[in-house]
Design a protein around this ligand. Sequence first.
Ligand SMILES: [Zn+2]
Length: 210
Amino acid sequence: MAIGWLVVLLEPDFYLSGGVGGTCYFDETSFLLRDLMAVRQILQLGNPTLRVNCIPVSSFKSNELLSLTSDLRDTLYDFKFRHGFGRGIAAPQIGVTQRVIFIHVDEPVALVNPVIVKRDRKLMTLWDDCFSFPSLLVKVRRNISVKVRYQDENGKSHKLNAEGGLSELLQHEIDHINGLLAVDRAVDSKHIVFRSEYERWVRKNEKMVL
Ligand SMILES: [Zn+2]
């Protein structure tokens, strides 16, 4: 993606202003940028590719890997623009069964071959969602903090200590590359609900963490 850097530079305000509250804002520039992005189709719950235990990446600095992380980034930003939420995406969600995820919390980060090497025993309970079933919310338990080891696109190793929202996001995305989905983590079958019904019935009594 030749203009990838341009999209990244414009992303935070540009996308947040477009999606929050369900009101989409378009102008000529945003249409142009979105046309140039490599937005991939997001596989939906039931697609067998979402259940694959993905293979590790062994070739770094390759065009294939750079193209994959670029596509993940563009697909994430497009989803956030259209739906008003979204912080991470995993390669199998766009049909690529390799161990790569892309997140954007404070800054965009591609994590290659991420592994959770340590988990806090303390758990938090939250309502989780997913690009592969955006109409649903699932109540899950996640470790409050995790330590993750991963490689960047050049193969360099990194460690990341994550707490709270970043911790649960990484657990969600790393589950994806192991073929696991948030619905598999539901605290029980009563806590898989449509987002619309959550808004109507559950929200009054519970705080949703996304
Ligand atoms: Zn997901």
